[in-house]
Design a binder for this molecule. Sequence first.
Ligand SMILES: Nc1ncnc2c1ncn2[C@@H]1O[C@H](COP(=O)(O)OP(=O)(O)OP(=O)(O)O)[C@@H](O)[C@H]1O
Length: 742
Amino acid sequence: MSTTHPEMLAEQAYLDAAHEQLNRGHADAEVSLQTFVPGDRATKRALQRALDILRDSRGTGALIFGRFDRDGESLYVGRRRVHTDDKDLLVVGWHAPAAARFYEATPDEPLGLELKRTFIEEDRRFVRIVDEILAGSAAEASGPSSAGPMISDALLTELERSRDGAMRDVIATIQAEQYRIIRHESRGTVVVRGGPGTGKTIVGLHRAAWLAFNDISLRRTGMLVVTPTVTLLSYISGVLPHLDVKDVMQGDLAGLYGGDAQLRSVEKGIVARTKGSAQMATVLARALQQRIGSGQDAIDIPVGGDRVHLSAVTIDSVLADVRARDLPHNAARELLRDRFAAEIHRAYVAQRKEAQRPAVANEATIRRLSAFTNALDRLWPTFSPEELLRSLYGTQAWLVGAAAEVLTADERAALYRAPQSSIADEPWTLEDLYCLDELSFLLNGEVITYGHIVIDEAQDLSPMQARALARRCPSGSFTILGDLAQATGHWKRDDWSELTDHFSPAVSIEELTIGYRVPSSVLELAARQLPLIAPGLTAPLSVRDGLDEPSATYVPDASLLLTTAWAEAEALVKLSMSVAIIIEDSTYHQALEALRALGPVGDGLAGEFNEPVSLVPASHAQGLEFDAVVLVEPAAIVDGDGQGRRALYVAMTRCSQTLRIVHQHELPLGLEALDGTPPSAFLEDAPDEPPTVHPDPDREHLRDLIDQLDEPDLTLVLQLVSRLLSPTDRPLLTLPKAQLDR
Ligand SMILES: Nc1ncnc2c1ncn2[C@@H]1O[C@H](COP(=O)(O)OP(=O)(O)OP(=O)(O)O)[C@@H](O)[C@H]1O
């Protein structure tokens, strides 16, 4: 056992000394603060900061988690730097270049290390010591199979810890391929791609921490981490504070827009795609332009007893001049206001001169006239983004003008929405929020910016969201995390360039290949979806064995789905596992109520993961992780709105130990091997088959194709199908009876 490691006592003494030194530094800083003479604000701030850092560093993650020896010298690696009063280094921070070898050395490539040691610390006591590289002896490492990747005992121990509803930092066991990306030197965009559970989120968060420590300029410009949903945000948000990184903003996509509108509804199909497309930016810019009045009509403004006339030509020329400055809408209005007042004043002075009377009003007087403001409003109106978008959606003629030659008639029609009686009742969707963000920028030209942005699950970003993020990071410094096969939204892509084109010209694509979450048997099963959803992609190599093989339970009646899922979940909880019951979105709220009648269940949609069992809608499963997943009715997930098969792939790859499926309908393509159900349960003419069975889109598509076949081709297909099916297989597609009879 590692507790009997021969150097345990000596190492514990070293840890105690480091803690003591930290406490002393803490006490010193406190004394300095108390004895401080008021007046010197800079010193006070510096002391306060020192105190905060010291205070924060008590009690959170491990103070020391690694050591390596080289050329007879030992270096201890930990969460933060600790040195003695004489400035002798006791612990080097993991983010310092000096710590690099700890991560880069592997048993295969020890990089001159005589020893690489990992400590497992609990409550300031080392409970285990794992030596991974030992000069002159075989490395202590193992793998699930001889063909699988090598994993150290330290990594194995970390992976075996039960999930508890929140992502943890894994700073002690970051692997060499991950470390290289974490400290990637690119100032442009780094795309980190890889299959489910390869550590993309881990890499992104640790990279943010790395940059926070190593790039001083980011302390001024700031950093942002963005997740698609609040569910994922609540799952990952503890990692950075745990790494002593406090100044990084973390938010979900819906929280990025800072205006009045709140997310209230979900957009589907063509409406979502149209609103999220890059063309929408053109539509909105045009819509705004079309609100700027032309100066075709001359204007008369009463100034004192005079009527001052401004010709259409003069107005046009002022408008053209202001437009040419290319300013944000509201800044341009300010300029127009000045220019317009100056023109009226000039005309007024000329008129008075001609009448041989002195000019009484000045430009300020003119600007205060209500007739002036009314005329200005007609020429260059002001509105909030919400007012503008609401009335654009509700005005057919305006939509036609703004969308001409940019959107198809169907896309344009999809944008129409009758306004609610009050703007507060508008059913704003995520796609609307990004239209509002675009409009807000067109109107004000201002947005909070960051020096670096990390985007998790970026594969689902719409072009409008990409634009919004790009304008928040003018330096173009991004870390983009994602997996194109897991795109479950409205944007299926074959290539990252479609997205990265929005961010910066300098793009590095990095790949993670080892899966740390999903057991190999589950990954193998899930990978059967890949040819259908992302033919170019392969599943990662898993380092996990998991508890058991994935299994499926057939229930003859839909009313039994939830009770059976609950029974599965309860049994898994008894094994001390965290469990997610994943279900198709439209049945979520009903299912939550039904399950809560059976026992405590966390509302995954609201990011509540503190119960042993959580319910999660399939569309919010991205990025999450549980020991066990109980998947309810996969056929319904495949047929749900959006990228059903991709959602299934995501849902299946959330578990680190076991996957259980409960179903009444036929299992979707790729999962048939699990199905022990009698084929008669799913025959098309079976009496208990309800007419509302979700049609499998692949099957429907095949049916359409078959309908189009002529006689010789049909015969050929039938021969092929009959040769492909073994006697025990149920047909994957049921040919229309009429054609079978032909
Ligand atoms: N170096 C590591 N040491 C220990 N655990 C790790 C390591 N890298 C990743 N993991 C673990 O693997 C799991 C998956 O990591 P993560 O969520 O970052 O993967 P992902 O690629 O973002 O997955 P997905 O594509 O499904 O969102 C997490 O539990 C994480 O803690």
